[in-house]
Design a protein around this ligand. Structure first.
Ligand code: ADP
Length: 502
């Protein structure tokens, strides 16, 4: 066995010369030698271990430095972001202490609490605003309906007065009453419509429109007003326009009626032309351009955009001289926008104005059938032998409608609510039923649905103050509608149409 150098030199120095022959000494030396070897091994292992942990320590230290740097940079960025969001947040943002995460977190916590409070306040404010808007629109809608009921009676009474023998003086007074009440009605309708448009409640119906006939009726409705101001109304209609298109007759009528009323209002001894031309078409769609042109006072260039804003007129004298609320064009603009279109104007002051818009309609499969023409002359109206069931709860409306119908020689039976109407319809044999919508006991929709269970043929025409009844009226099986207050021509035409269709 070889011995460790130190052990060997010590043994040679201190032990007897023949120490290797003594088994005890030899044994002793071997044990020491083994201890040396173990010690050397342990020493090498320990040194190696030290070497490794030193390297790991260096690495860990480097990582830590990097993390600290990253954290510092992040905090700095966070603070800069906070600074740019909130210029007041300078109290904790010291350039020297970019490691100051705790105060940043505290600041953010504070901000979160503040934001939550703000959010709750905002939600409350939104809820309040929504409630206020709802209250406003409910108020407007209730008030307009409430105002409309007596106004119906006034307009109806004026209608009946016109049948009496009147002196020229009285005739003039009746005419003033008629114009004023019609103006009031159109104002109420505008306010109601404006309200509905603001709430986004307008739905466009889709019905076949006999477009030329429709325009002739519109022209007819304005004839008297136009004649009073010595204006003539002309229709210019492209002959390649299809006979029928599919659209919302009521809304299109509303747009054109408004433009024509304005044209008449601002024109004296002139011409109002309703021009309809075919812009484009394919197998499914037809795009028409509608224009209403007058030769009236015109609109100064700088006012030509402002007049489309709500409650805006071209100048301050307009209301005094011509009346109006400044809502008509706003409603037209919104109605067209909802149908993907827009209203435009060209005008030379003193020479006239031209308002125009495009509208695209579906093509209709209807063709050929020409509906009855509007009846122009009151004296020609005759409903001899026609049996009408008038379902209406408001006494004045009953009075006006009943008298008009009797003037036209119709036989009239009255029901004051839907339930009575159902009973009468079961017993009687009517040619047409005129059905009010809002009534006590049973409303007009329910009554119609009940009647349709045993009678599917008698025409039922809704009498309504609102133009948005189409959908439900169709569903329950109504055949048409007349708006209130009654216009003599409309009421007569709708009855005549249904009776002659049978
Ligand atoms: P209103 O007629 O009820 O005042 P409108 O919104 O219909 O409200 O019209 C707004 C304004 O635009 C009118 O007051 C008038 O100054 C001007 N205007 C509209 N149509 C014409 C027109 N055909 N000729 C001249 N001015 C018009």
């Amino acid at each position: 066995m070889s011995y460790n150098k130190t052990l060997l030199s010590q043994a040679q120095k201190n032990l007897p010369v023949n120490y290797l022959e003594d088994p005890i000494l030899k044994n002793f030396l071997e044990v020491i030698e083994k201890t040396y070897a173990t010690y050397e091994k342990d020493k090498r292992i320990t040194e190696h271990a030290f070497e490794i942990s030193e390297r790991e320590y260096q690495q860990a230290n480097q990582d830590l430095q990097y993390q600290i740097e990253l954290k510092r940079a992040s905090i700095q960025k966070l603070k800069q972001a906070i600074k740019s969001l909130d210029t007041n947040a300078t109290f904790f943002v010291t350039e020297s202490d970019d490691n100051d995460l705790m105060s940043t977190i505290a600041y953010l916590e504070e901000q979160i609490v503040k934001t939550k409070v703000l959010e709750a306040e905002l939600l409350k404010a939104i809820e309040f605003a929504e409630k206020a808007l709802k209250a406003k629109s409910e108020f407007l809608s209730v008030m307009s309906h409430e105002i409309r009921t007596p106004l119906n009676a006034i307009i109806g009474t004026i209608l009946l007065l016109k049948y009496k023998e009147l002196t020229p003086d009285q005739e003039e007074l009746v005419r003033v009453m008629e114009i004023s009440s019609e103006n009031l009605l159109s104002l109420i309708n505008d306010v109601l419509d404006f309200n509905k448009l603001e709430e986004g409640k307008i739905v466009f119906a889709e019905h076949d429109i006999d477009i030329f006939h429709f325009l002739k009726n519109i022209k007819m409705a304005h004839r008297i007003r136009a004649e009073e101001k010595q204006n003539i109304i002309k229709i210019m209609f492209d002959d390649d326009i299809p006979d029928y298109i599919v659209g919302d007759e009521v809304r299109l009528g509303q747009i054109l009626n408004n433009l024509i009323s304005n044209a008449i209002k601002f024109t004296k001894e002139g011409t109002i032309s309703i021009q309809v031309s075919l812009k484009s078409q394919n197998k499914d769609w037809v795009t028409l351009e509608f224009a209403v042109k007058d030769t009236g006072i015109g609109i100064p260039f700088e006012k030509q955009q402002a007049i489309f804003e709500s409650f805006t007129q071209a100048n301050a004298n307009i209301t005094r001289e011509y009346g109006g609320s400044g809502l008509g064009l706003t409603i037209i603009k919104k109605l067209l926008e909802l149908q993907g279109s827009g209203i435009h104007v060209e005008s030379t002051p003193g020479k006239g104005a031209r308002f125009f818009f495009d509208l695209t309609f579906k093509r209709s499969s209807a063709s050929g059938l020409k509906k009855e023409e509007a009846i122009q002359n009151i004296d020609e109206k005759n409903l001899q032998g026609v049996k009408v069931l008038l379902v209406e709860d408001v006494v004045f409306n009953v009075m006006v409608a009943e008298r008009l119908l009797k003037k036209w020689n119709a036989e009239v039976d009255v029901a004051n609510n839907g339930q009575i109407a159902v009973e009468k319809a079961r017993e009687g044999n009517y040619d047409v039923i005129l059905m009010d919508i809002h009534m006590p006991v049973m409303d007009g929709y329910t009554a119609t649905a009940e009647i349709r269970k045993f009678n599917t043929t008698t025409p039922i025409v809704a009498l309504t103050a609102s133009s948005s009844i189409h959908d439900q009226a169709n569903i329950v099986g109504m055949n048409g509608f007349v708006s209130k207050p009654f216009n003599m021509n409309d009421l007569y035409s709708v009855i005549y149409k249904h009776v002659s269709d049978r």
